[in-house]
Design a protein around this ligand. Structure first.
Ligand SMILES: NC(=O)c1ccc[n+]([C@@H]2O[C@H](COP(=O)([O-])OP(=O)(O)OC[C@H]3O[C@@H](n4cnc5c(N)ncnc54)[C@H](O)[C@@H]3O)[C@@H](O)[C@H]2O)c1
Length: 402
């Protein structure tokens, strides 16, 4: 940690000075009618590397315009359709460098592909798309484009999650054997389906993802977190998907028994009906020599458990953390950082990569390494399809077969 924001050896203030300007950003979705838009408004600004200059911020025209106005976007760059935004911005001399896609999953692939094809970088909300085919088309577009795509699995931005990944890479746990992940929430409208015929949020309607929206919404984070920390891909799954809340039309609870390419086995539990749990994202990883445990509600701590030497608690910002955790740390220990800064870490790496490209600095390759990719997103859509197939056929399903 230092007073000068850095990623690895890259001094971000110096990088910004060399670029001579901030990254110009547009956003699709994320209006005042959305859940996640407000967090994007905070987090993309945290490091001052980017400025929001354009937006097609809602499906509702009035909300799109008022949301953009509230962000002080100039009137001619407040759009009511993302296609119009793309057409106009691509020919402006001061057009956007990057776009944030913060729409529901069925509105990710089409805009993301179009922006990538125009050479505009994409910061895409998870899950990457609403099905495997869309996700693969988007991955192909990202591979073919000179522009960068990052996927917003924001929990991978926590310093102590990166510490966990680094310690596993260093072999501190030995060979990985078991992975236990859970993301069980159960408050408000997640826990209980409302009475009456009021229109349901898309979280609770069957859609292009079928009935497994809980896996797209929260299971996708859990899957990415497990693969990110362990450094291995899930190979196959056996799933049980349930609908617990009365009157609910989609699955709201999912037990996934998984196998990893490298031989580890594990369980991923995703639920909207874990009554009273506010967030409930936790990961434990066991190896032949030791295990580790991390929880999103106490994110400053990573517990390492040794069979003969008890537990060690590593705290964010302490002197003994790895460079991976140190680089993701912004403020001294004892001053909790939390979700907003973890989320902002992904933005910082994304914008730093784009600034590095503007200046022709090869640091881009280094910062790219942390950002969740289109391939990560494709794997999640495969897991969801395989889980649905497994649930329907009562059999174990390889992700490569779907
Ligand atoms: N990273 C996280 O921690 C996190 C948390 C919550 C949601 N998300 C993800 O963010 C995305 C959005 O989720 P949400 O809960 O905010 O959804 P939401 O339905 O509350 O909001 C979606 C927004 O997109 C807009 N929109 C829809 N179609 C559009 C279109 N064609 N053009 C322009 N705008 C359009 C809506 O008007 C609204 O502003 C989802 O992919 C979700 O999974 C991520």
């Amino acid at each position: 940690m230092s007073n000068t924001p850095k990623i690895g050896d890259t001094d971000l203030a110096e990088l910004l000075a060399r670029a001579g300007r901030r990254i110009r950003v547009g956003i699709v979705g994320g209006g005042t009618d959305s859940v996640i838009g407000g967090i994007h408004m905070l987090t993309h600004r945290v490091d001052g590397l980017a400025e929001l200059v354009a937006g097609a911020m809602s499906i509702d025209e009035a909300v799109a315009l008022s949301s953009a106005e509230a962000q002080l976007i100039s009137p001619e760059r407040r759009y009511t359709d993302w296609r119009r935004m793309l057409e106009a911005e691509r020919i402006r001399e001061d057009g956007i460098d990057a776009v944030i896609i913060a729409t529901p999953p069925q509105v990710h692939a089409e805009p993301a592909i179009a922006f990538l094809e125009a050479g505009i970088h994409v910061f895409c909300e998870k899950p990457l798309a609403s099905n495997v085919e869309e996700a693969e088309r988007l991955r192909e577009a990202a591979d073919a484009s000179s522009a960068l795509l990052a996927l917003n699995h924001c929990y991978s931005g926590y310093p102590m999650v990166r510490e966990a990944k680094a310690l596993i890479e260093q072999g501190k746990l030995g060979a990985i054997t078991l992975v236990e992940g859970e993301y069980g929430v159960g408050v408000g409208a997640l826990l209980r389906e409302p009475e009456g015929d009021a229109p349901k949020h898309w979280h609770f309607r069957p859609g292009p993802m079928g009935k497994a929206v809980v896996l797209g919404e929260i299971g996708s984070h859990l899957h990415h977190l497990a693969e990110f920390v362990v450094g291995d891909r899930v190979r196959d799954v056996r799933a049980e998907l349930q609908t617990i809340a009365p009157r609910r039309e989609v699955f709201d609870n999912a037990y996934l028994s998984i196998g990893f390419e490298g031989g580890a086995v594990g369980r991923l539990w995703s639920s909207y009906v874990a009554a009273g749990q506010e967030h409930g994202l936790r990961l434990r990883v066991y190896g032949s020599e030791a295990s580790l445990a991390w929880s999103q509600e106490t994110p400053e701590e990573l517990r390492i458990l040794y069979p003969d030497n008890g537990a060690q608690i590593i705290t964010r910002g302490s002197a003994n953390v790895t460079a991976a955790a140190r680089d993701a740390t912004r403020i001294p220990p004892g001053h909790p950082e939390g979700y907003v800064l973890a989320f902002a870490n992904l933005y910082r790496e994304f914008f730093a990569a784009l600034l590095a490209r503007l200046t022709g600095d090869s640091a881009a390759a280094r910062v790219d390494g942390w950002l969740p990719t289109a391939e990560d997103g494709v794997q999640t859509l495969r897991l969801i399809r395989a889980a649905e197939q497994s649930n329907g056929e009562d059999t174990r399903v390889a992700l490569s077969s779907v």
